[in-house]
Design a protein around this ligand. Structure first.
Ligand SMILES: *[C@@H]1O[C@H](CO)[C@@H](O)[C@H](O)[C@H]1NC(C)=O
Ligand SMILES: *[C@@H]1O[C@H](CO)[C@@H](O)[C@H](O)[C@H]1NC(C)=O
Ligand SMILES: *[C@@H]1O[C@H](CO)[C@@H](O)[C@H](O)[C@H]1NC(C)=O
Ligand SMILES: *[C@@H]1O[C@H](CO)[C@@H](O)[C@H](O)[C@H]1NC(C)=O
Ligand SMILES: *[C@@H]1O[C@H](CO)[C@@H](O)[C@H](O)[C@H]1NC(C)=O
Length: 361
């Protein structure tokens, strides 16, 4: 046991050694979660058999970026969750951690968490509690006979603070689930929004507040309170009026990628209002096919090809100005290890020599 562990450690150390010798062959990064289940709780329906044709799949998302590509595993109630053992009801999306429950069952209730791992590290998703409710019970029994179906409110969509600028429009969204269905109240500077000073530019709907043509009198703290008999959840957010032309942390970025892998080209810009981002290569806008502009403004390229090598331009613009950030992408052949180090058991403190030849493009 000790010998095996030692062999693994020495193997990694020798690999790392050859990489530094060759001045970093790969841009490697620890996993970073980009899609995950909501924190808190999700309800799933368990239907009685005569309704099984309406079965809806339940999806627990989990996706991470990282190089090498992360591998995924899940825990349920703190123990490893072996989804393969669930009679084929549960599938994992190839190359991702996302679990698809094609059919839910009573035993699926529990606390789930996803882990994405490569040798540089482990990233952990939100921990989510899946609890069941019976659809049939809702139809035929008054709520007070339900047991285990009541749920205190929890956010499905939370409002977010905004930095924006005069004359713009802001929207706050707030959605909560629970049983009985939560009531949403909007608060402005500590008072219910309905009784705050009347404002024709402001529209209140249950899940949404829209304020058009913002002016300085709209600055303040807005809160969403979702409550039912069992409790409430509350979040407050602010509106700030600023005027800021886009600024960039770096004006150029150099990225090396390995053929066939997914990568992300950075574009770190900030401005108020939030700048619109366009990615351009050779006078062509990129946001189709293998190219996707993420909410962060970064460009995600799936399955990088050799012809993706070259210059990219990220153009960020708002009404106060614009800025261009360039990214230079180099696509490399996957590194092949032709002569991996052999297992070598040694005594701590003595020296060991390894062979590890790396073929470069
Ligand atoms: C708004 O601007 C302030 C100050 O510039 C900054 O600290 C804050 O993070 C910004 N908030 C958002 C939501 O961008
Ligand atoms: C801002 O909006 C409020 C309410 O709609 C209005 O009374 C006020 O005159 C506006 N101020 C400016 C500077 O437009
Ligand atoms: C949210 O609403 C509930 C029910 O009306 C109330 O008891 C609670 O104090 C409110 N919370 C906040 C932070 O306003
Ligand atoms: C850019 O466009 C020119 C003219 O259409 C073309 O000859 C060239 O191959 C393109 N370069 C890239 C990298 O797509
Ligand atoms: C090194 O040891 C591992 C685990 O004992 C074994 O699976 C592997 O085949 C060995 N490799 C070589 C090159 O002997």
């Amino acid at each position: 046991m000790v010998a095996t562990n030692l062999a693994i450690v020495l193997f990694l150390t020798s690999l790392h050694y050859s990489y530094t010798l060759n001045k970093i062959l790969l841009v490697q990064s620890p996993p970073e979660i980009v899609k995950q289940p909501p924190s808190g709780e999700i309800l799933f329906e368990v239907r009685t058999s005569e309704e099984s044709e309406y079965e809806k799949p339940l999806i627990l998302e989990c996706e991470a970026l990282g190089e090498p590509n992360p591998s995924y595993y899940w825990t349920k109630n703190g123990k490893p969750f072996i989804w393969q053992k669930e009679d084929g009801r549960i599938l994992q999306q190839p190359g991702r951690g996302t679990l698809i429950f094609t059919k839910t069952s009573d035993e699926d209730a529990g606390q789930y968490q996803c882990f994405a791992e490569n040798y540089l590290g482990v990233a952990t998703s939100n921990s989510v509690f899946m609890s069941k409710f019976y659809l049939k019970s809702f139809k035929h029994a008054p709520p007070r006979y339900l047991s285990g179906a009541e749920a205190a409110p929890y956010f499905v969509v939370e409002p977010e603070s905004v930095n924006t600028t005069e004359h713009e429009t802001v929207e706050f969204h707030c959605k909560a689930d629970g049983f009985p269905e939560p009531q949403i109240t909007w608060i402005y500077n500590g008072k219910p929004l309905e009784i705050a000073s009347p404002n024709l530019r402001r529209k209140i709907e249950s899940n949404r507040v829209v304020i058009e043509n913002l002016n300085k009198s709209d600055i303040g703290i807005y809160g969403c309170n979702a409550s039912n008999l069992l409790g409430y959840v509350y979040k407050d957010v602010y509106v700030n009026l600023l005027e800021l032309a886009p600024e960039a942390a770096e004006l150029s970025n150099y990225v090396e990628a390995v053929y066939g892998k997914d990568i992300v080209l950075p574009c770190n810009v900030y401005g108020v209002p939030k700048p619109k981002i366009e990615w351009i290569r050779n006078s062509t806008g990129l946001n189709v096919g293998r190219y996707k502009i993420l909410d962060s403004g970064y460009l995600h390229i799936s399955s990088v090809l050799y012809e993706d090598t070259g210059n990219y331009n990220c153009h960020a613009e708002n009404k106060f100005g614009n800025i261009d950030v360039s990214a230079v992408l180099t696509v490399k052949e996957p590194t092949k290890i032709v002569n991996g180090p052999e297992n070598y058991t040694t005594i701590a403190g003595s020296s060991a020599t390894f062979r590890c030849d790396v073929v470069l493009d």
